[in-house]
Ligand binder design. Sequence first.
Ligand SMILES: Nc1ncnc2c1ncn2[C@@H]1O[C@H](COP(=O)(O)OP(=O)(O)OP(=O)(O)O)[C@@H](O)[C@H]1O
Ligand SMILES: [Mg+2]
Length: 365
Amino acid sequence: MKTSIEKIQKNNKQKYKQYVSQQNTTEQLEKIRSALRALRDAVILLNDNDGLEWWNQAAEDLLLLRSEDHGKSIFEFIDIPEFKQYYQTSPIPNDGVHITSWRDTNRYLKCELTPFGDEKLLIIYDVTRLQHLEQMRRDFVANVSHELRTPLTVLMGYLENFSDQPDMPPHWRRGFELMTQQTVRMNRVVNDLLLLSRIEIEETHELHYIDMTKLLTHIYDDAQAYNQEYEHTIHLQIDTYDGLYGSEMYLNSALSNLVINAIKYTPKYGNIVISWSKTSTGCLFEVIDNGLGIAPEHVTRLTERFYRVDSGRSRATGGTGLGLAIVKHVLYQYETTLKIESTEGIGSTFSAVFPTAHIRSVATN
Ligand SMILES: Nc1ncnc2c1ncn2[C@@H]1O[C@H](COP(=O)(O)OP(=O)(O)OP(=O)(O)O)[C@@H](O)[C@H]1O
Ligand SMILES: [Mg+2]
């Protein structure tokens, strides 16, 4: 008798615990929903047919949604090709997609999609302020660089004239040499900053067929001239006649920098291989050296402007630390990224796969 009462009591306790835990979960879910509702960013839950399942107030305001829009396709509300392309890319890119607001062309939005199970969560951020700040930064750098150009040209001209004077007192000569070196350096920084601004600002360049065999041979010839003081063995290996479609001047700057870096950051008598070959997803450009290599903590930061592993050494070789930032921006235009593999003391490989969409074979040129 006692045991059956105990059993009932135990059973009731369990049921009560279950009830309390269900209650807690419901309350927590409601809290999460309220938090999502209150978010200033638009949050939309989409079903497996891309239909609207749930949304918050911000989404309602942004897309002018009404309760009868439940189940309608998201593309009825965001009919923008960039968004469609992003949505349909698999796997979905991590960095979202930037679009101009369809209601107000002065506003910029960032859409981020997170799939979970068969559903997707779409978050839309208003990034107008960030975009304006970014634009101000670009304009500022471009304007300052441009304004510095003329005074620098005048300085360099006069310094050159004075340095050529045969009757210059010897104790002045060293000073003039240093001034000339530093103005040349400043001029390089200004020119590289201007180049970077141009690449960033001009989103659509004139695109032409780029004969990669010709371009790489030209880069190789320049590299050999630069190599005279290093005496490395440099190999150029071209395994495909495929070329690219793009802006040759910018590509030349980017690829030359990778080759010149390999020469500069490899101790004398090293080995360098430059190659261009076909892969299953496009064409691979690669520069391999057996030079100084780079420690892992620096690798992720190398493409930042002015970042140098050893600024003393880089300055000695005349480097501005802008080269790899230029490479990164040029590669953006080909929808590709720079891959860096490096081991300190062993060497480095800098590579990029140019996707098929940007490849032009000689026959289709
Ligand atoms: N192949 C390489 N081996 C070892 N270190 C490298 C190599 N390539 C680049 N680095 C490191 O990365 C830094 C950044 O390179 P980046 O090309 O941006 O600048 P830089 O060569 O110093 O100057 P610039 O290219 O503007 O003349 C270099 O200062 C160097 O420390
Ligand atoms: Mg460089």
